[in-house]
Design a protein around this ligand. Structure first.
Ligand SMILES: N[C@@H](CCC(=O)N[C@@H](CS)C(=O)NCC(=O)O)C(=O)O
Length: 286
């Protein structure tokens, strides 16, 4: 394990339990045996993150001497991983290598992106140790990006595919998330209807097939093929950051029809089971 007992790192994760980006961060922290506190954010009022000008989750507050706020799931993972490998720099310094930049999307919308977010800030020696050959590093980055830019977009169209599935998804979101009683009831029905229609728009935007399951199966099988038959994980005998990202994203569908269908219609199961076996929960509700 990467945990050094003399070397304390206090972590608090602000999240929605069922958000794929948050799930990725939990998979990463759990796998590395890093303890953290979880603050479940109410997605309607979001008052738990009022302190932050960054308005999305996950947010990770890290205290390694002085308090620090880390935004964006991939930045969080790259920065903490860099910190675990190289103890040369302070976490603050590491985070400064992932600066936010404002960019404009094709639709003309202004969005915040983070530079270098799939890159670990390692020196030559550390790089040799972690990535014996360059291809391994390139592959890990490629698939982490794929998880963020492609795989996540298949989740909503699949879990809100039919009115029945949309209702089941919202029932699960409300059950797992932080909602008031009335809010929850409201969110469940209004949310399910809204997301049923939103997911149709997302399907168009990301140019998914009429049967969105086809895209999910294809993506998942593509991943399984990339891992190949000669290794347990993309990382070899242990998961790398791409394994953790893909697992984190897929996991949010657990308990839903889309997940069961995926297990039946793809070759993901052996890898998925291996992931479950190597990850133990270290987070505690706060
Ligand atoms: N690129 C970000 C995306 C995070 C994200 O989109 N989070 C969603 C929840 S799944 C959110 O907080 N949305 C609220 C909003 O956009 O106002 C990451 O990787 O962390």
């Amino acid at each position: 394990s990467d945990v050094d007992t003399e070397w304390s790192l206090q972590l608090t994760l602000y999240q929605y339990k069922t958000c794929p980006f948050c799930s990725k961060v939990r998979a990463f922290l759990d796998y590395h045996g890093l303890p953290y506190e979880i603050v479940e954010v109410n997605p309607i009022m979001r008052k738990e993150i009022k302190f932050s000008s960054y308005r999305k989750v996950p947010i990770l507050l890290a205290n390694a001497g002085s308090p620090l706020q880390l935004n964006d799931s991939s930045v969080i993972i790259s920065a903490i991983k860099t910190y675990l490998i190289s103890r040369r720099n302070s976490l603050e310094e590491i985070v400064s290598f992932y600066p936010p930049v404002k960019t404009v999307t094709e639709q003309g919308k202004e969005v915040l992106e983070y530079e270098n977010k799939y890159w670990l800030m390692l020196d030559e020696k550390e790089t040799k140790r972690v990535y014996p050959v360059k291809e391994v590093r390139v592959e890990e980055m490629k698939w982490r990006k794929w998880a963020d830019d492609w795989l996540v977009h298949l989740i909503s169209p699949n879990v809100y595919r039919t009115p029945k599935e949309a209702l089941a998804s919202f029932d699960y979101i409300v059950r797992e998330g932080k909602f008031g009683t009335l809010e929850g009831l409201f969110a469940k029905y209004v949310g399910a209807v809204a997301m049923f229609f939103v997911s149709k728009r997302l399907k168009k935007r990301h140019q998914l097939r009429d049967d969105v399951r086809e895209d999910l199966y294809e993506a998942v099988n593509e991943w399984v093929k990339a891992v190949g038959k000669n290794r347990l994980f993309m990382g070899g005998n242990q998961p790398n950051l791409a394994d953790l990202a893909v697992y984190g994203v897929l996991r949010v569908m657990e308990g839903l029809e889309a997940f069961d269908d995926m297990m039946v219609h793809t070759n993901i199961q052996p890898w998925y089971q291996r992931m479950e076996e190597v990850i133990q929960k270290t987070g505690v509700a706060f």
